[in-house]
Design a protein around this ligand. Structure first.
Ligand SMILES: CC(C)(COP(=O)(O)OP(=O)(O)OC[C@H]1O[C@@H](n2cnc3c(N)ncnc32)[C@H](O)[C@@H]1OP(=O)(O)O)[C@@H](O)C(=O)NCCC(=O)NCCS
Length: 211
């Protein structure tokens, strides 16, 4: 079968190629696979700043935090599904390039970009961009593996969402890989709802490396 070359947005429906998790579905180097992704959005009206629990601190973006965001992203995404969908997230240099490209990008919003510290140590990162249509876009939420299931992901999301609201944005959105159940559950819990389904095309060389 010829793989599709376009996404749903352009009218093509690539249904047969939505992949199983790579560990269970053999792929060949160079093969093109498609990850199903959901675009989700939430209304920000009336959103208040979150209350930080004891021991937590949110550090606003500044250039000297680049390395800490890089390390936090790398550790948070290492071995996760999104490091397959976006190979740069699976590599420390890739994470640094990604962070740099976000903060120098038009629309970068420092008020929605945070490093989360727990007892003085970085444990989470999130970045925010203002899209041209005036909607906030959450990027790369990550919490270190050893610090999960304590409400920190939700806290960091609320911090970014409040940052968009302070910047005058009425809505914010994100994209999430359909297989990423934990993240999906978190976003639903925060009120995000699916507005579109997309398919991200990835060349499968990186899967082959993981055996
Ligand atoms: C997704 C992620 C940020 C969640 O961070 P977290 O700190 O564990 O999330 P929280 O503790 O705030 O959990 C909030 C909610 O998310 C859902 N959730 C989080 N982890 C879950 C898990 N392992 N299983 C089921 N639901 C989960 C639950 O609904 C949870 O609420 P609850 O604890 O009241 O049940 C974290 O798992 C992570 O960094 N994953 C790797 C990077 C990634 O995939 N990021 C998302 C990119 S779109």
């Amino acid at each position: 079968m010829t793989p599709p070359t376009q996404t749903l947005e352009s009218g093509f429906v690539p249904l047969p190629l939505a992949p199983e998790p790579p560990a269970h579905s053999p792929v060949y180097p160079g093969q093109i696979v498609y990850f199903k992704r959901f675009k989700m959005e939430v209304d920000l009206t009336g959103l208040a700043d979150p209350v930080l629990p004891a021991g937590c601190d949110c550090r606003a973006w500044s250039d000297d935090l680049l390395e800490l965001h890089t390390d936090t992203l790398f550790q948070s995404f290492h071995g996760e599904i999104d490091a397959l969908v976006f190979p740069s997230l699976g590599d420390r240099d890739g994470c640094r390039s990604l962070m740099s490209s976000i903060v120098y990008r038009a629309g970068f919003l420092a008020s929605a970009t945070w490093l989360l510290l727990l007892d003085g140590l970085p444990v989470g990162s999130v970045q925010g961009i203002r899209e041209r249509r005036g909607v906030g876009a959450i990027q790369n939420l990550g919490i270190l593996p050893g610090c999960r299931r304590q409400g920190l992901g939700a806290l960091l999301m609320r911090q970014a969402m409040a940052g968009f609201a302070r910047a005058g944005l009425a809505r914010c959105g994100l994209e999430v890989t359909a297989q990423n159940e934990r993240a999906l559950q978190l976003y639903r819990q925060l009120g995000f709802r699916r507005v579109k389904t997309l398919y991200k095309q990835v060349a499968a060389g990186c899967f082959a490396l993981q055996g």
